[in-house]
Write a protein that binds this ligand. Structure first.
Ligand code: LMR
Length: 334
């Protein structure tokens, strides 16, 4: 009897030790993205890491993999689905392969009346309704992260729609971007973000669109002689998590992570504008690319050229209601 007690005491101690070791193992969140640390999204991911680890007292460890070091554009979403990574913040232009093309309505040109219009849309029923569509795909939609308005570039000035004629323009995946560049007479091509610099350098494509922070950190301005600060469309991200992972977290941990998400979102959205303004200044100072700004007449010519896209969008994004709602909120008749 005595012997058995001694043995079970040893066993219990061993078991407790194992439990203790298990309890000490932090939950790891792999967060993959395609831009550098030195961008609104890159800084947002690092802020989330800092806050998530702090608020969970180290029970969660966030590993951030920037600049396509782990996965490229479409591979990221496959990796999230399979559970190889737990969090991402892809551009909303990249959700067609996982069955939520409706997000592309937000790529429609000239639909946001500046930052205020953009913010109103993502915070309102349109933005929230789109985010909810992710649930059915096994994805937890957590927040919108802002980047800013697109610029467009080539090795010639792009001032009027006709200037795009015959140019191969890299796009990130959206059928809406495909439509508006075709309206300009360009030939849009989908390509992973990590391949754009080399494609521009070697002439595989002639031009691209992106925000100033991405032009600066990927050095696109080194291989594009002319950049038009056009603001023709907007780049935003959906911060997302693998649904099974996120919903399976202990409630107290998820509460702390939601707090980290909220604060990291406020932080990211508060720095995006300045980050892009600073990047534009640095591009200007480099003297490597000439910046162009559209005159009111040129801008009007772009607006006229893309008008048919509003109607075409209904079938392309496969949801007339979403397109109608967005156009209505922008005061545009399709
Ligand atoms: C792109 O592919 O151009 C963007 O989605 C990159 C990014 O994530 O900002």
């Amino acid at each position: 009897m005595k012997r058995r007690t001694a043995l079970s005491a040893v066993g219990a101690a061993a078991l407790a030790g194992t439990r203790f070791a298990l309890a000490q193992q932090p939950t790891v969140i792999k967060f993959s993205h395609v831009v550098t640390d030195d961008t609104p999204k890159g800084k947002g991911a690092l802020k989330f890491k800092e806050l998530a680890e702090k608020y969970t007292g180290g029970k969660v460890k966030v590993e951030v993999y920037p600049n396509s070091t782990l996965y490229k554009d479409k591979e990221e979403l496959d990796a999230l689905n399979s559970g190889s990574v737990q969090m991402l913040a892809p551009s909303t232009a990249k959700f067609r392969p996982i069955g939520v093309p409706e997000f592309e309505a937000m790529d429609l040109p000239f639909v946001f009346n500046g930052d205020e219009g953009y913010n109103k849309t993502v915070k309102g029923p349109i933005g929230q309704g789109l985010m909810k569509r992710l649930e059915a795909k096994g994805i937890a939609g957590l927040a919108y992260w802002d980047n800013g308005f697109h610029m467009v570039s080539a090795n010639k000035p792009l001032l009027m729609p006709a200037d795009f004629q015959g140019l191969k323009i890299r796009i990130s995946g959206s059928k809406i971007a495909d439509l508006y560049f075709r309206r300009f007479g360009a030939l849009p091509q989908i390509m992973a973000f990590s391949e754009v610099y080399q494609a521009l350098q070697t002439g595989v494509v002639d031009g691209c669109e992106n925000t100033a922070s991405n032009y600066w950190t990927q050095k696109f301005y080194e291989v594009q002689k002319h950049i038009t600060v056009s603001g023709h469309a907007h780049l935003q991200y959906a911060l997302i998590a693998n649904g099974k992972f996120w919903n399976g977290l202990p409630a107290d941990i998820r509460t702390q992570l939601n707090k980290a998400v909220g604060e990291a979102t406020d932080y990211t959205n508060s720095i995006a504008k300045q980050e892009n303004a600073d990047a534009l200044e640095k591009i200007k100072a480099s003297g490597k690319a000439t910046l162009h700004y559209l005159t009111p007449q040129q801008r009007q010519a772009w607006i006229e050229a893309v008008k048919p896209v509003y109607k075409e969008a209904e079938t392309r994004v496969g949801n007339k209601q979403v397109v109608d709602d967005l156009l209505k909120s922008a005061g545009i008749a399709a």
